[in-house]
Design a protein around this ligand. Structure first.
Ligand code: PLP
Length: 388
């Protein structure tokens, strides 16, 4: 069969592949410690489930508006005002099938052959693939541990040329967990305005912060940057709703309308009754978010301390999300070899950094229980000692 060329231009998700292999080993009865999860390990909070169940029983089982249930778009509008200080009307918001789908719709609506998209590395692995699928070109800007894996204003300025259309900002970041300070975001905003490009701010981890770190949305630094900003967010990480598939974009009307047209011919509306769960998430008690954050904070402390105590590994202390990205270069192994050997010999699953554009690292998720963290760290320590 002759498949479309675009298929050979993208690679299947390495993170999903390793997680699947670890799951299969577990199913065979093998005692695997998995740090590959890209999702919270908590169940969705009960009041959110109850709202979706009620909606289902109330007959919210039909097609809805392609852009989302009006009640959810209103709730998102209020949320952006209340929590982020951003003024978006409901008409400036589209509800999509997850944050991933939101970003994909956005890139399809914006990017075409000849357009460049600036992506700091290490990056969330789907960004460049989406740009490729849309026919655009990703311009990858490398960052390192010395700058906290953050792009500097000088780096951003240098990467911009007349073909540049979009800059992708992700703070708190997957895979690094790093959080840009308000000053750092402001400095990037100034360049975006000066060079007149667009920025999409992927804020999916905004609620998972530590050590007093603050999340500031780039669109809050004045009208000029607001006009050039698109917010991408969702419910998966902060409310432990990964399987619900609900995310959203907020941005300029023309662009939101364009994404709605695309969505109306592809997926149509997000599962109608699920959207009622999302309304409950935004409008109900936020205690569940804090409980999950506190659990993550404890695990981060343990995993971070254990990792840095292993001779040969080093890792900056991230202030957000639920990942650690240690440097493995002293083991002499590249990330895929490291990850495969670790899984096969010591039954610990991590994600090779090559998936995120940084081959000298692996990503460990601490979205798992403390006993698994302790046991897995024991095994990782033995593995690294055997290599150095
Ligand atoms: C998980 C994640 C998303 C979105 O996930 P969905 O499940 O599609 O909502 C977006 N960006 C990053 C960086 C993520 O890690």
């Amino acid at each position: 069969m002759k498949l479309a060329k675009r298929v050979s231009q993208v690679t299947p998700s390495i993170t999903l592949a390793i997680a699947a292999k670890a799951k299969a080993m577990k199913a065979e009865g093998i005692d695997v410690c998995s740090f590959s999860a890209g999702e919270p390990d908590f169940d969705t909070p009960a009041h959110i489930k109850a709202a979706a169940i009620k909606a289902l029983e109330d007959g919210k089982t039909k097609y809805g508006a392609a852009s989302g249930e009006p009640g959810l778009r209103d709730a998102i509008s209020r949320k952006l005002q209340r929590e982020n200080g951003l003024n978006y009307k409901a008409e400036n918001i589209i509800v999509c099938n997850g944050g991933k789908h939101s970003l994909y719709n956005l890139i399809l609506a914006l990017i075409e052959a000849g357009d460049e998209v600036i992506i700091p590395a290490p990056y969330w692995l789907s960004y460049p693939e989406m740009v490729t699928l849309a026919g655009g070109k990703s311009v990858i800007i490398n960052t390192d541990a010395a700058t906290g894996y953050k792009i500097t204003p000088a780096q951003l300025r240098q990467a911009i040329n007349p073909k540049t259309k979009l800059f992708i900002l992700n703070s708190p970041s997957n895979p690094t967990g790093m959080v840009y300070t308000p000053d750092e975001i402001k400095a990037l905003a100034e360049i975006i305005v000066e060079k007149d490009i667009l920025v999409v701010s992927d804020e999916i981890y905004e609620k998972i912060l530590y050590d007093g770190a603050k999340h500031v949305s780039i669109g809050t630094f004045g009208e000029e940057i607001f006009k050039r900003t698109i917010i991408s967010n969702g419910f998966a990480k902060g409310y432990s709703m990964t399987g619900w598939r609900i995310g959203y974009l907020a941005g300029p009307l023309e662009l939101i309308k364009a994404t709605t047209t695309i969505q109306s011919h592809s997926t149509s509306n997000v599962c109608t009754f699920a959207q009622y769960g999302a309304i409950a998430a935004l409008e109900g008690s936020q205690d569940c978010v804090e409980e999950m954050r506190l659990a993550f904070a404890k695990r981060r402390e343990v995993m971070y301390t254990r990792l840095n105590a292993i001779p040969g590994l080093s890792c900056p202390k991230p202030e957000g999300a639920f990942y650690l990205l240690p440097d493995i270069s002293k083991t002499g192994l590249k990330s895929l070899d490291f990850s495969n050997a670790l899984l096969e010999a010591y039954k610990v699953a991590v994600i090779p950094g090559i998936a995120f554009g940084l081959d000298d690292t692996v990503r460990l998720s601490y979205a798992t229980d403390m006993a698994t963290i302790e046991k897995g760290m024991d095994r990782l320590e033995k593995f690294v000692k055997s290599k150095i």
